[in-house]
Every structure is written in C-alpha cells, then in structure tokens.
Design a protein around this ligand. Structure first.
Ligand code: GDP
Length: 534
C-alpha cells in the first residue's frame, strides 16, 4: 500500500471526559467491537487507580498502568485506529494537553445526568485552541438523566459550536427505548446487558410508526417531537465545518450496555480526519525555516509528546512516545534527534496493541510508537531519519507553584541532579536552576506533582529530599530581540533568573505585579507564560 493510502486509513484520537462519565467503559467497548480484545473487563484493571489521591501506591499504580494502557491501537473496517487516553487527575493536566497535540480528533464522553463537567471544560478549551474536531457521546441514557435538548443546549454553550445530532434517544432511564439513527431513519431497540453485540440489537424502520408507537407509546412521539426541534435548531451536517472544529456530531447511548457504541466507532472511521500536515519551524543561526510536513512525505519524522520512566525501577530506561508525522518507520532505521543532532539508538521500539506492547514492524503518520532509551530524548524533541525539522506546538505552562528541594544527605547530590534532570525531561515537574546558585527549584501546575516527584526521587534515585516553600509564585520565559536588551534586563534582575531543564531563561516572580512592573520597565523584553517546545 502506498504511503498516501496508509495514512488515509489512519485515525488518531484522544478520549476525553470528566472522571466517572464512562471513558474507561467506552474505551473497552470500542476495543471489543473492533475485535482488538476478546473479553470485556480487560481494560478495567487500571480503573482502581483512576482517582489518584496522594497515596504513593496509588500514584505508582497509575503511573505504571498508564504505560500499558494510555495508547491503544486497533484495526476496524480496513482502518487503523489509534486511541489515546488522557490522564484523569487535574494535577496532571499538562500531560493531557500534550496528549492532545498528538491527535487529529477527540471523542468527548458526557454523563447525561451531569452534562459538561469541570474537567471536560478544561479539555474542551485546549481542543478549541487547536480547532481539534470533537465527536460527542452522551452516555448513561439508561439512567434517569436530563432532557436531550437540555444537554445539547449545554454542550453548544460550553463548546461554543453547534451540535448536530446523529442519533436521538427515545425515553431514558427505566423507559429508555433506544435510539433513532437520523441518517438511516431506523430505531435501534435498547436492551440492557453487557453481552450483546451491536448486530444483536433489533432495528425497526421509522416508517413502521405503528409498531414503534405500539411498543414505546408516548415516549416515541415525544422523541420524534424533540428530535424535530433539535434538528430544526441545529445547522445541517457539514463535514468541513466539523473538520475545522466548528460543529460537533452528537451520539447518545449507554456504554456499559454496549448500546450506541458502534455508531461512535463508525463515526471515527467515517467522519474523523486522517493525519494532517504539521508545521516544522527550525531556527539555525537566527534564521527560521518553516516547512509543512505532509503525512505522506517519504522521510520519517515524528515528535516526542510524552516521556515515561520505566515501570521497573531496576531499569533506568524510559519510553519516549512519538507521534509519527510523516513517512514510514521500519526497524533498524537510523534516527536523529534534531535538538542534539545525535543519533538515537533505542533499545527497543514498540507499538501499543490494546493491552500489549509489541515490536513495531512498520508505522506511518498518525501512529504512536514508543522508543525505549537510556536518555538523549526530551519532551518536544523531533526525531527524523536525517532531515532537519523541528515540530512546534508542544506546550509547557509557566508553573503556578514552587518548592525548593533540600537534600537530606548531601552525598547524594549527583544522584539528585540526575533524578531532577530526568524528571524534568519527562515533564513530571519543571526544574529551575537559579542563575545565582543555591538549591534547585521545582515548579508545578498541580500540588500532586510535588508529591509524585518527592516519592520518585526516593524510590528511583535513593534521594531523600525535603520540599520547602519558597517566595516564588510564578515564572515567565524570557526572550529579547537583541542581545543588548537581554543584557540590560538580566543585569537588572540577577536574583530572579533561572534556567529550566531545556536551558531556557526564565524570570521568577513573587506576585502578578512583578511581571507587570518588569514589563513596564523593560518594554522590549518578551515575557512568555507558555513555552512551546524543548
Ligand atoms: P471513567 O472514570 O470516565 O473512566 O468512567 P467508567 O467507565 O469507569 O464509568 C464510571 C461508572 O459509570 C462505572 O461504575 C460504570 O460501570 C458506570 N457506567 C459507565 N457507562 C454507563 C452507562 O452507560 N450506564 C450506567 N448506568 N452506568 C455506566
């Protein structure tokens, strides 16, 4: 098959939701119906640790298990579907943002009783910024839930884009009768139970209204009425608008009952986009070259969007998750890391087949492959088979909380430095080295990150550390158009400067006013709340 055909049959999407909306259940059913797994319950194992608390064991479990299950590949209807899970805990939201840079679309799961919840709202914002197409699944229709019109209304408001219903529920809770498929004009009849396969559900054409009325009574007429209202209020389906992130198709169902799930799987194949071109922006000697890299380009290129330490503490290796952007990966291929211009020699290269890791035979744009290495790769790195490219867009957010690291046993200084460097490269935490020396600073977006890092320093690097609060409450990455401007600034604030894991200069602040005052004093300095790549 040609590169073009290979990339066209790929779909890479993230599944997003608020905890408990039914993401795990839906993931499992998608795998089940695509044939990727044989029995239900296989994905459930990771569920126990979903609500990460500050319990160390829980964190460990979450971290370990997520290596195995955060990326899943399945084939369905001649397509290769890559599903990326997003971490549930809000303190790990940075991780989630990065996962969203590696996908071409998102599947949003909503609990029909709760509507759009806090965690989903944050994820939506990121999708919106990137114009990521979103497919919406309204779950748990077998429960007493809100009116479908009411839910659509809320989704529209929260997403800031119109909903286009693809299926429509008849009744809900105890009187949930099934869903009407608007395209085929048939009603699929609901039956509870998790054994049923999609083809086992009875389907009745809408034209057979007498039968439907006789079986579902007033619920059927009410559904027709509300469906008409919904259709009247929403724009016509426009595939281009969906691809541009300007409308979302909406499906109703009940994941736990295998109901309405096949429609979603089909939508992923029929509606969701195949891999799209990515922009490389490479700066050499202050000269920036912008290149559009197409999925079907023959040179291999990919970007590291996640780095994860090995679950096995005896092996210091790490897996770099790479989203392939173009070309074809084959085993033994010579690879280069753009940032260092060094050759990357992974000890193994794997693909993620639902529950297993397997050696990659080949991978194309859209696929996610994992490089096991002993170092040399960082988040945001671009890996190619030789060409000079640097993909952009992997976000690092300025930390909102800081702690100073104090080592209890000074003889472990070297190990601490190594540990912090690696955790920093993984993006588990941001590490800042003050320009004037002294203790390292840790910057985080969520409190839990500190706890994880303290725990991992002990478990993996045998470094007992104390974390002490410090005066900083924020940071901005600093750039300037001229070296003279930069020097004037750094001379003025020597005590406030630090370098992060990617050796980027940052200004540390103690209050939001700090930045404003510094900005007023040095109008030619750029203060960035977001750093794009390593
Ligand atoms: P996650 O936290 O989003 O991954 O949610 P889970 O998939 O673990 O589901 C949370 C809970 O909701 C579990 O107890 C599921 O069994 C239940 N659940 C999931 N889908 C449905 C559904 O369609 N109907 C009902 N009644 N419960 C569901």
């Amino acid at each position: 098959m040609s590169y073009t055909a290979e990339t066209r049959r790929r779909r890479t999407f993230a599944i997003i939701s608020h905890p408990d909306a039914g993401k795990t259940t839906l993931t499992e059913k998608l795998l089940l119906f695509s044939g990727a797994i044989q029995i239900a319950g296989a994905v459930k194992g990771r569920k126990a640790s979903r609500h990460a608390t500050s319990d160390w064991m829980e964190i460990e479990k979450q971290r370990g298990i997520s290596v195995a299950s955060s990326v899943m590949q399945m084939s369905y209807r001649e397509h290769v579907v890559n599903l990326l899970d997003t971490p549930g805990h809000k303190d790990f939201s940075e991780d989630t943002y990065r996962v969203l840079t590696a996908v071409d679309s998102a599947l949003m799961v909503i609990d029909a009783a709760n509507g759009v919840e806090a965690q989903t709202r944050r994820l939506i914002e990121v999708c919106r910024q990137r114009d990521t197409p979103i497919i919406t699944f309204v779950n748990k229709m077998d429960r007493e839930v809100r009116e479908p019109l009411d839910i659509l209304d809320e989704v529209e408001r929260e997403l800031g884009m119109p909903c286009v219903p693809m299926t429509w529920p008849v009744g809900q809770g105890k009187s949930f009768g099934g869903i009407i498929n608007l395209r085929t004009q048939t009603m699929t009849v609901f039956e509870a139970g998790s054994e049923r396969r999609p083809q086992d559900f009875e389907a009745i054409p809408l034209s057979d209204a007498d039968t439907l009325r006789a079986r579902f009574g007033s619920a059927f007429d009410e559904a027709l009425e509300s469906m008409e209202l919904a259709v009247g209020a929403s724009p016509a389906w426009d595939h281009e608008a969906f691809l541009a992130g300007k409308q979302t198709p909406v499906f109703f169902g009940s994941g736990v009952n295998n109901f309405g799930v096949m429609e979603v799987l089909d939508a992923l194949v029929d509606l969701a986009p195949s891999p799209r071109p990515r922009i490389s922006r490479l700066t050499v000697n202050r000269q920036t070259t912008e290149t559009e890299v197409k999925p079907e380009d023959t040179g291999f290129a990919g970007v590291v969007f996640k780095v994860q330490a090995n679950m096995d503490a005896n092996h210091r290796d790490r897996i770099a998750f790479v989203r392939v952007a173009s070309g074809r990966y084959t085993p033994g291929m010579k690879l280069k890391v753009q940032r260092t211009a060094k050759e990357l020699r992974p000890t193994s290269v794997v693909t993620f087949m639902s529950q297993r890791r397997e050696a990659v035979e080949e991978a194309y744009a859209g696929d996610i492959i994992g490089f096991t290495t002993h170092g040399g790769v960082q988040l945001g790195d671009t890996i190619t088979d030789g060409s000079n490219l640097q993909f952009t867009g992997l976000p690092f957010f300025a930390p909102e909380m800081f702690m100073t690291v104090v080592l209890k046993n000074p003889l472990r200084t070297k190990q601490l430095q190594q540990g912090l460097a690696q955790l920093g490269e993984e993006g588990a935490i941001q590490v800042f080295k003050p320009d004037t020396g002294g203790n390292m600073l840790l910057g985080a977006v969520g409190q839990l990150q500190f706890e994880v890092v303290q725990h991992r320093l002990k478990a993996e690097y045998d470094c007992d550390v104390r974390l002490e609060s410090c005066q900083y409450t924020g940071a901005r990455w600093i750039t300037a158009d001229s070296a003279a401007d930069l020097k004037a600034f750094t001379d003025a604030y020597p005590m406030r400067l630090a370098h992060d894991a990617a050796d980027t200069l940052a200004y540390l602040c103690t209050s939001p006013y700090d930045v404003r005052l510094a900005q007023e004093r040095f109008p030619k300095i750029h203060f960035h709340p977001l750093r794009e790549h390593a």
